[in-house]
Design a protein around this ligand. Structure first.
Ligand SMILES: Nc1nc2c(ncn2[C@@H]2O[C@H](COP(=O)(O)OP(=O)(O)OP(=O)(O)O)[C@@H](O)[C@H]2O)c(=O)[nH]1
Ligand SMILES: [Mg+2]
Ligand SMILES: [Zn+2]
Length: 278
């Protein structure tokens, strides 16, 4: 007899399944490997309890490669302003990928305490732009407000190594006591503190902690998908219906850019992403 459950943790080839209040460590069936299919944290599955294997994976609402999670409502893009430095290209790329996969992107800024007041002013301008185009922006200092916002949702964190993802989840529930670490400054390269992808049930939502990364590819996405993932371009009245907002002729996006109504870094990243698309 097969039993239904939820994958809550993956540690190399061990999949932990939550079935009600019971947790069971299982392996994946060989057939999935042959199909190059990997069950993900967040997957609803059917398991054979005696053999401790996953037999079936239910159809997904959505799935991401990075972080590797399925059936997500909200992705928190944890974005540090310093250490590691703010990276608007990675931020815009994550917004695009998350949007294309029909997940709601939410920005969470961290390390505001490391920024001086002059820098903070520029940053406020940048992030009020993101709010204007419909992407909520929170700070980790206001984590209580964020926690209320996440009620009832299935949430993942994503973003650079050392950005403060595990630290944020620890604010939500001190009992979790997730491992956090300094990024290695000597190499000026983040070292991964989080190695395992794991879903934690909190009072009224689920959240996945995942390891960070510094690069991510758009090669699996089309130009059209990337174009549509830039919220602020979707209602533009350009002369040509299929305008890709690259040539200046009667393009409303470029006209708005020239009037300062579109954030320059967003437009630059858009051009860059189109080149990276398949
Ligand atoms: N000053 C400051 N430090 C912070 C803040 N948030 C997190 N940190 C520190 O940043 C370091 C990295 O935090 P983590 O939570 O481990 O980062 P992570 O995103 O989980 O990193 P990976 O798991 O490696 O991807 C730790 O030393 C934290 O204490 C913040 O708002 N301000
Ligand atoms: Mg971590
Ligand atoms: Zn256009």
């Amino acid at each position: 007899m097969l039993k239904e459950g939820l994958i809550v943790k993956i540690n190399s080839d061990t999949f932990t399944i939550k079935m009600g209040d019971v947790y069971l460590d299982t392996k994946s069936r060989g057939k999935f490997r042959h199909q190059k299919f990997k069950p993900l944290v967040g997957d609803h599955v059917k398991v054979n309890e005696e053999e401790k294997v996953i037999e079936e994976v239910s159809p997904r609402k959505n799935a991401l490669d990075r972080p590797p999670v399925a059936n997500i409502d909200i992705a928190l893009i944890v974005t540090s302003l310093k250490k590691p430095d703010l990276n608007l290209t990675l931020l815009d790329k994550l917004i695009s990928i998350i949007t294309i996969n029909k997940i709601k992107p939410v920005i969470v800024l961290t390390k505001l305490d490391l920024v001086d007041s002059k820098e903070l002013k520029d940053l406020t301008n940048i992030f009020s732009y993101y709010e204007k185009i419909g992407i909520p922006v929170f700070t980790n200092q206001k984590w209580k407000k964020l926690k209320k916002y996440l009620k009832g949702q299935i949430v993942t964190v994503c973003g650079q190594t050392g950005a403060g993802k595990s630290t944020l989840i620890n604010y939500f529930d001190q009992n979790l006591n997730l491992k956090t670490d300094e990024i290695s400054l000597s190499l000026n390269r983040g070292k991964h503190t989080t190695r395992i992808v794991e879903l934690f049930p909190l009072d009224d939502f689920y959240i996945v902690d995942t390891p960070g990364f510094s690069a991510i590819s758009l090669k699996n996405y089309s130009e059209e998908e990337i174009k549509n993932s830039f919220n602020e371009f979707t209602n533009a009245h350009c002369k040509f219906k299929d305008c890709n907002h690259i040539k200046t002729k009667d393009c409303e996006v470029i006209a708005k850019l020239n009037k300062g109504l579109i954030l320059e870094s967003r437009y630059e990243n858009y051009q860059r992403f189109l080149k990276e698309a398949k």
